[in-house]
Design a protein around this ligand. Structure first.
Ligand code: MN3
Length: 194
């Protein structure tokens, strides 16, 4: 199986001004493309050649294959978890579960932002769902993600500097606040097992 870069489900300028066209273009065509290319190169002649991306993420040991597969998978999720700026919020059973777990939707947002701010160096902040249906916030370093731990990734945000430095310089907190305007809650709702 050859791994390929998926097209974005929106234009490169669709998330502006919260995430600008230059960031999205570099992030997709350079950073994400490099993970895909590295993964295709590294799996040749290994047990991971021909394996699905999900299975590689779930089984590869720490190292180059996991790092590039994890980042490829993470970005595939991340692009679809965002959409053009809107006033969307979670709905139905997902909203009920968020309120039950975190106190309120605003409390959830505060705790999710804190998870992103506390992620040291490069990594991701996630809202994940456990096998028993419960929700939890997760911070993962580098290419880590909920999938490698058998959890369902509902919402994730890339907090590597390449995700925000052009738009926000070092102000990760402002990037995380802006992120709420481009969350595709319809996609997150679809991921939720309610
Ligand atoms: Mn990235």
């Amino acid at each position: 199986m050859t791994h390929t870069l998926p097209a974005l489900p929106y234009a490169y300028n669709a998330l502006a001004p919260y995430i600008g066209e230059e960031t999205m273009t570099l992030h997709h065509t350079k950073h994400h493309q490099a993970y895909v290319d590295n993964l295709n190169r590294l799996v040749v002649g290994t047990q991971f050649e021909g394996m699905s991306l999900e299975d590689i993420v779930k089984t590869a040991p720490a190292g180059g294959i996991f790092n590039n597969a994890g980042q490829h998978w993470n970005h595939n999720q991340f692009w679809t978890m965002m959409a053009a700026p809107s006033e969307q919020t979670p709905t139905g059973a997902l909203m009920d579960s968020i309120v039950k777990t975190f106190g309120s939707f605003d409390d959830f947002k505060t705790k999710f932002e804190a998870t992103g701010l506390a992620t040291f160096g490069s990594g991701w902040a996630w809202l994940a769902q456990n096998a028993d249906g419960s929700l939890e916030l997760m911070s993962s370093s580098n290419a880590g993600n909920p999938l490698q731990h058998g959890k369902n990734a509902l919402l994730g945000v890339d907090v590597w500097e390449h995700a925000y430095y052009v738009d926000y310089r070092n102000r990760r907190a402002d990037y995380l606040k802006g992120f709420w305007s481009v969350v595709n809650w319809a996609n997150v709702n679809d991921r939720f097992n309610g």
